[in-house]
Design a protein around this ligand. Structure first.
Ligand code: GUN
Length: 298
């Protein structure tokens, strides 16, 4: 924690900002080297991204994923389906990508339109190409502590914590949000690293009684200003996974950043915190998949 002496006799704390952009750039540099090595051994890592409909937020995420692939030398293919596309059409494309040895990662951008059942789609992806880590096989691997493709957002959070040299063993961690994409895998990954983990969610009564105990607080609830300074322990590490667009167009997280930074030891900003890491860890998983494919080659 940085102690700033604002005026003589008056101590003002200010958390260190964990710069997700900088850490992402570091990881992407590592990615470039791994991609080069793969290409030297005759393998061009490739990711297929499938999107159904034209949700504006999803379109931005997909564009960022494609751009990030290009930045590190990963080949990407984008498949955009009309919003009324049937499950069968989507499944057909997934099966053909599963069978294509030139494709190492397959990702279906979520959310899907409501007429498409999510689970059969996620479970149709070959687990060896499931770079999102959402297939039941990979969820099971995560539970048993042998994940090959950790889900990208929590994987990115771990990398940020590691970068900031924040120990996890024995720490009280509170995860706010219990989604399959962030909260649940986050909790499992932290537990695997010997943290004491508590998961809070939309039905949790008196959220503050839990958050105040956290040495590390990870917030992924999708609600602006959910976490106020009085809910945070002095010196806590606060990771904000939320991305919310306010009516005035401003992008904010779930944490009252200006208030909480005066109390926390470390905090992630929005934008520029966890966001850049999510896309980056997708690159890491895609490269890992290509490396595994290389090892399976005769
Ligand atoms: N939508 C929001 N986050 C994600 C993610 O991590 N993966 C996919 N496929 N869709 C998302």
């Amino acid at each position: 924690m940085t102690i700033l002496r604002a005026q003589p006799g008056l101590l003002t704390r200010s958390a260190q900002i964990i710069d997700g952009k900088a850490v992402a750039a570091e990881v992407r540099a590592e990615c470039r080297i791994r991609v080069q090595k793969l290409k030297q051994s005759g393998i061009a890592p490739a990711l297929a991204v499938l999107m159904v409909g034209n949700d504006p937020a999803s379109a931005i995420y997909v564009r960022n994923k494609i751009k990030a692939c290009a930045e590190v030398g990963i080949h990407s293919e984008q498949f955009v389906f009309d919003k009324d596309t049937s499950s069968d059409v989507l499944l057909e494309r997934i099966h053909s990508l599963n069978a294509n040895p030139m494709i190492h990662g397959i990702l279906v951008q979520l959310p899907l339109p409501s007429h498409i059942a999510l689970k059969p789609i996620l479970h149709a992806i070959d687990p060896q190409k499931d770079v999102d880590g959402f297939h039941l096989y990979n969820v099971g691997a995560l539970v048993s502590g042998s994940a090959v493709f950790p889900p990208c957002t929590p994987f990115g959070v771990l990398r940020l914590l590691e970068h900031a040299k924040i120990p996890l063993e024995g720490q009280n961690v509170v995860v706010v949000g219990a989604s399959n994409i962030v909260g649940k895998p986050m909790a499992l990954m932290l537990m695997q690293r010997d943290a004491t983990v508590c998961i809070c969610h939309a039905k949790t009564r008196d959220l503050a009684q839990f958050t105040i105990l956290a040495d590390i607080l990870v917030v992924a609830a999708g609600r602006p200003s959910l976490i106020l300074p009085q809910m945070v322990k002095t010196g806590a590490v606060v990771i904000d996974v939320g991305i919310n667009r306010l009516p005035n167009g401003r992008l904010v997280g779930d944490v009252d950043f200006e208030g909480v930074r005066k109390k926390a030891s470390f905090v992630t900003p929005v934008p520029g915190g966890v966001g850049p890491m999510t896309v980056t860890m997708l690159l890491v998983n895609t490269i890992a998949s290509a490396e595994h494919a290389a090892h399976r080659m005769p």
